[in-house]
Write a protein that binds this ligand. Structure first.
Ligand SMILES: [Cu+2]
Length: 108
């Protein structure tokens, strides 16, 4: 019983540590474009994307390669966690305005 408690305390500490170390990157959506449209992140690292939609219309952050899909209401923000990923390029787009809203995550 005691040993189990100790183990869960250690696991908990590790999780807090990993969470605190998660790098955060901000992406803005404005006039149906992503700023920046190229996001560079380190390989094998979990990354937090904070996506801020400055447009009055909703947008959906979507990426087949990242296996992520999330609607962001107008004038609001959301958080999407990605990774850990191997080096490469992972395109994303705004599903509601796919002609203009395009970008990619470059993992290196
Ligand atoms: Cu979608």
């Amino acid at each position: 019983m005691k040993r189990r408690l100790l183990l869960s305390l250690v696991l908990c500490a590790l999780m807090v540590d990993a969470w605190a170390a998660t790098p955060e990157i901000e992406i803005e959506i404005k006039d149906h474009l992503f700023y920046p449209d190229v996001v560079i992140v380190p390989a094998e690292t979990k990354v937090k994307l904070r996506i801020r939609n400055l447009d009055p219309t909703p947008e959906e952050f979507e990426s087949y390669e990242l296996n992520r899909e999330k609607v962001i209401a107008g004038h609001s923000e959301t958080v999407v966690f990605i990774g850990p990923l191997v080096a490469g390029e992972y395109p994303f787009f705004g599903e509601f305005f796919p002609k203009t809203a395009q970008g990619k995550v470059v993992v290196e």
